[in-house]
Design a protein around this ligand. Structure first.
Ligand code: ZN
Length: 248
């Protein structure tokens, strides 16, 4: 291969990477797979559900739990089986403090191209790991990276699971300013929203990230939305409030 071709290939790769980065920051692929999932509630009550993915984390989950406790707010934690096994005490603290626990798969594999059996196994193994540690049997599943296909949705429904996405994405894994995150969320929050945060994880993995902006953003968001008259509910409560309309 001559030098010119090599440079061209590198240039193309760089453009593709840059496009991908821009897409992840400014576009939320979850909107493409919302059909037959729960991603918000069509209600008028001023309530939102705060949710956390990828934990528990030994570093960040306890700080988030402290903020939630101080604010008197219950949230929903979509745990990874692997993380629950790694940090059982933190996982148990989430349950003990009255938060809801959902299933974010066993090992954070993108299941979009999985066979139905493989996808079902990811969910079952996540469920078992979370139950072994916390005693809670999960009934809500949030697919890693919102990669899920129609066949998987019906398989999970057959297993008694509801697939939970979100309507408001904090993008806390790419946004490094809590004031910006809070301003964005407060500006866009509507009654019935499901808000996505992460209590663990970095851009490239489920650990190693710095979530201190998330801790601050959660506290700031709760204070600002409370001032606007909002209450905070778990996913179960949100679904109960909107038993008829929650499927769109
Ligand atoms: Zn995740």
């Amino acid at each position: 291969m001559n030098r010119k071709n090599l440079l061209l290939i590198i240039l193309i790769l760089a453009v593709v990477l840059a496009l991908f980065a821009v897409l992840t920051v400014f576009f939320d692929q979850a909107v493409l797979v919302r059909q037959n999932t729960v991603y918000r509630a069509a209600i008028r009550d001023k309530v939102v559900a705060i949710t956390f993915d990828d934990g528990p984390s030994a570093a960040w989950t306890p700080l988030i739990l402290d903020e939630l406790k101080q604010a008197g707010v219950k949230a929903t934690f979509f745990m990874l089986g692997t993380q629950a096994v790694k940090y059982p005490d933190v996982a148990r603290r989430v349950a003990a403090e009255g938060h809801e626990i959902g299933n974010h798969s066993f090992d954070h594999h993108g299941i979009f191209f999985y066979s139905a059996q493989e996808a079902a196994r990811e969910v079952k193994e996540g469920e078992k790991a979370i139950r072994d540690v916390t005693g809670v049997t999960t009934k809500y599943f949030r697919p890693p990276k919102a990669w899920i296909n129609d066949q998987e949705k019906s398989v999970f429904a057959g297993m008694g699971y509801k697939v939970i996405l979100w309507s408001l994405n904090s993008k806390d894994w790419v946004t490094f300013d809590d004031k910006y995150i809070v301003a964005f969320l407060v500006h866009n929050a509507r009654p019935g929203d499901i808000i996505l945060f992460h209590d663990s994880g970095s851009v490239f993995g489920v650990e190693g990230g710095d979530r201190h902006e998330t801790v601050k953003a959660v506290a700031g968001l709760i204070a600002k939305l409370k001032a606007k008259g909002y209450r905070f509910v778990t996913i179960s409560e949100l679904i109960r409030m909107d038993a008829k309309n929650v499927h769109h």
